[in-house]
Design a protein around this ligand. Structure first.
Ligand code: PAF
Length: 283
């Protein structure tokens, strides 16, 4: 696996692979990789011939009081994990390489509606930052397909919309969330949790599951189920951001009879913000 830092080297390596007739897969990340990321690379390697991963902690998607400065940077371990998972090329640009004219002068990509509310409500500008950097990476690599985790459900919806609206010929694949044995969704931010917070954290998924199980049993009163879920979250000393039942395509509020719904939650353990969701589809 080759690691390159410049767009020029990236484009040259991808052009060589393409001239050999290879299909290109892209796995954009911010590094500090865990088995969820490895699963994305493995799947990309099954579906394409040349897998490009990117590691870039994108300042454009962090708010002023967020963890940009402390976000874990673990390049040697990440390189090893990517190699093991079957990655062919790693792109690790600097901020100057990605935003040579400064972030204030950067053209932005903004996906209306889907970027608003939920994580977009508590992290203003976050999804514009994601949509912008992902669009740039798509233009640099021009992959046949790109893989993202379903844990970031709203992010995935935003990326699907930008590809559709900007007519990018890229297949977007969402992969199921990888969980620890106790149900906690794997996340690069889990390393911020103290031992006590880590022990409490699986309650977020338990609350989501409680609501999902109720809906699957045929219970119609989403608000009553939500109140039960909330009790679990509060008992685990989370500070709630949101706990919502939404339509999985529009991300708008919905009812228990919706055949395609998603239960989404975000909550803080101390200063660490965790998100999770469960997508329920009925035939
Ligand atoms: O999910 C992430 O790690 C990031 O939001 C992404 C998609 C790599 C864009 O910076």
């Amino acid at each position: 696996m080759n690691t390159v830092k410049t767009i020029r080297e990236l484009r040259a390596a991808v052009a060589r692979a393409r001239s050999d007739g290879k299909r290109i897969g892209l796995v954009p990340t911010m590094g500090n990789l865990h088995s969820g990321h490895a699963a994305l690379v493995l799947k990309a390697a099954q579906r394409t011939d040349f897998v490009v991963a990117t590691i870039f902690v994108n300042p454009l998607q962090f708010g002023p009081n967020e963890d940009l400065a402390t976000y874990p940077r673990t390049l040697p371990a990440d390189q090893e994990a990517l190699l093991q998972a079957g990655c062919h090329l790693l792109f690790t640009p600097s901020v100057d390489e990605m935003y040579p004219h400064g972030m204030d002068h950067q053209t932005r990509v903004s996906v209306p509606h889907l970027s608003e509310g939920l994580c977009g409500g508590s992290r203003p500008g976050h999804f514009d930052g994601v949509a912008t950097v992902v669009s740039k990476l798509f233009n640099m690599v021009q992959p046949d397909l790109a893989m993202f985790g379903q844990k970031d459900f709203q992010q995935l919806a935003v990326i699907r919309a930008l590809v559709r609206d900007l007519n990018m010929p890229i297949q977007i694949i969402g992969e199921p969330t990888v969980r620890a044995a106790d149900g906690l969704a794997l996340s690069s931010r889990n390393i911020y949790l103290s031992q006590e917070q880590r022990a409490a954290a699986p309650a977020l998924y338990r609350a989501i599951k409680l609501i999902a199980d109720g809906i699957q049993r045929g219970e119609q009163d989403v608000q009553a189920l939500r109140a039960e879920g909330l009790k679990l979250i509060e008992a685990a000393h989370f500070r709630l951001d949101y706990l919502e039942v939404r339509n999985a395509t529009t991300l708008l509020p919905t009812t228990a009879t919706d055949p395609d719904l998603v239960i989404m939650a975000a909550a803080y353990q101390g200063t660490t913000r965790l998100i999770d969701n469960l997508h329920l589809t009925k035939e």
